[in-house]
Design a protein around this ligand. Structure first.
Ligand SMILES: Cc1cc2nc3c(=O)[nH]c(=O)nc-3n(C[C@H](O)[C@H](O)[C@H](O)COP(=O)(O)OP(=O)(O)OC[C@H]3O[C@@H](n4cnc5c(N)ncnc54)[C@H](O)[C@@H]3O)c2cc1C
Length: 425
């Protein structure tokens, strides 16, 4: 019997873990998943881990266990180079830095390494701002927030947080931080919210530019009602240890500074010679998700740049798009493996716009579904929040199967009842 095709998936986030799981179960290829971390978390939850209103331990998926259950192999390591000629990749294993990099050969390489916030080279941001692009960073933010909160409780002094970026990440983080402070205030410090200065800074004319204007306006009203200072049309020109300098000459001072604006692909993609890259550094792929200059390398999720040929629009960098691409690719590659092999033609991917949801902690939420916008008001806010959760549950359903996914959901609901609503430990 011919040797199985070697498929290496790098990045076990929203897209990559779904692809490795789907192809591992198929059994027709030798599948390896590589990730720099040892466990997967659903990135759209990072702001809740950062604020301490959700616990990451319960939401982690252990890559080794997932690999064992679904017949693929897991290789820990950070991708550092791709040798396209030899079809090999090198991974640095953080726990063994003195060891030579792990080296993997592939017939098909699938890159799904996500994206990061983009500071556009703004001076001082790298040194003086936190980001929440992965679990380590979200936990770092939480540790700082907790330290400042405990100090504010002890010394009865103020606490100031400024978040740059009025997209969904910044808006949701602002609401979640406010929610965490409100809960903490119930522990014997009712004046704590009055001592919090929370500022959301957006350079564009409105919050949530990807949403209809009335959602932007309603989100700004809700945040203002919660006491968040919303500064639209404010461009940050530099960051320092005390806050932000603005282009118009103003300043916003803050003890905790977070950069949650812009999107760019990981730098390592620039080190792969000869591939076409977009303005934000993503790998340009065709509708079959193969990179335009190397059919043995595919990319999907945030690190890919794809224009949907049907709509002529760019596929957005969202979990929804990453999930749809992953599901499509699993079906397409299973078909290819059954017919001729991984180099066979793959059917085109078409993005289905299923709308966007933004959830402001327990305060409110809005969603757009195709032509419709819903949300606003407590009840509808709850339905938008449930819709927000649905994409995550769908992802878990695909990873675990119906029984385990339902048990996990139930365990999460029980945990919500038995655990404190905010993490201060
Ligand atoms: C706070 C926050 C809230 C969000 N909310 C929403 C939302 O409500 N709805 C929505 O649709 N989208 C949301 N997003 C965007 C969404 O999370 C991303 O679009 C989605 O996660 C992209 O999936 P991906 O598989 O491309 O990458 P990711 O899920 O980011 O996964 C990338 C994986 O690659 C690994 N990796 C990275 N670099 C390397 C390397 N060099 N070597 C090895 N492994 C590597 C990482 O460890 C990670 O496991 C949010 C994002 C953030 C930060």
């Amino acid at each position: 019997m011919a040797d199985k095709a070697r498929i290496v998936v790098v990045g076990g986030g929203v897209a990559g873990i779904e692809v490795a799981t789907g192809l591992g179960r198929d059994g027709r290829a030798d599948v390896v998943l590589a990730d720099r971390s040892l466990s997967h978390v659903w990135k759209p939850m990072l702001h809740t881990f950062a604020a301490g209103t959700a616990r990451p331990d319960r939401q982690k998926v252990d890559y080794f266990a997932q690999a064992k259950r679904n017949d693929f192999r897991f290789q820990p390591g950070t991708l550092v180079s791709v040798d396209r000629g030899a079809k090999r990749i090198a991974l640095v294993v953080e726990e063994a830095e003195d060891h030579p990099p792990a080296d993997l050969a592939y017939d098909l390489l699938i890159l799904a390494i996500g994206s990061r916030a983009n500071d556009f080279g703004t001076p001082g941001v790298a040194e003086h701002c936190l980001t929440i692009d992965d679990l380590t960073e979200a936990e770092g933010f939480h540790a700082s927030l907790r330290r400042h909160l405990l100090r504010a409780l002890r010394d009865r002094d103020g606490l100031s947080v400024a978040i740059v970026g009025g997209g969904a990440t910044g808006v949701e983080l602002a609401a979640e931080v406010k929610h965490a402070i409100d809960i903490t205030a119930r522990y014997g410090s009712p004046d704590l919210p009055a001592r919090l200065r929370l500022t959301l800074i957006e350079s564009g004319p409105r919050l949530l530019p990807a949403f209809p204007e009335k959602v932007s306006a309603a989100a700004a009203r809700t945040l203002a009602g919660l006491g968040v200072e919303v500064r639209v049309g404010a461009t940050v020109s530099a960051a320092d240890e005390a806050g932000f300098a603005l282009k118009d000459g103003g300043r916003i001072d803050a003890t905790l500074r977070v950069w949650a604006a812009g999107v760019k692909a990981p730098d390592v993609l620039g080190a792969i010679e000869g591939l076409e890259r977009s303005r934000t550094g993503g790998l340009v792929v065709g509708p079959d998700l193969r990179t335009t200059r190397d059919p043995a390398i595919l990319a999907l999720g945030d690190c890919a740049s794809l224009t949907d040929p049907r709509s002529g629009r760019s596929v957005p960098a969202t979990a929804q798009a990453a999930h749809q691409e992953a599901q499509h690719l699993v079906g397409a590659l299973r078909g290819a493996l059954a017919k001729g092999g991984v180099q066979s033609a793959l059917p085109p991917f078409h993005y289905k716009e299923r709308g966007a949801i933004v959830s402001l902690a327990d305060f409110n939420g809005w969603g757009t579904l195709g032509r419709y916008t819903f949300g606003g008001g407590k009840l509808n806010g709850l339905s938008a929040r449930l819709m927000h959760d649905m994409l995550y549950r769908q992802h878990q359903f695909g990873l675990f199967g119906p029984g385990l996914a339902l048990a996990t959901w139930l365990a999460d609901e029980l945990d919500r009842v038995v655990s404190p609503p905010v993490r201060l430990d």
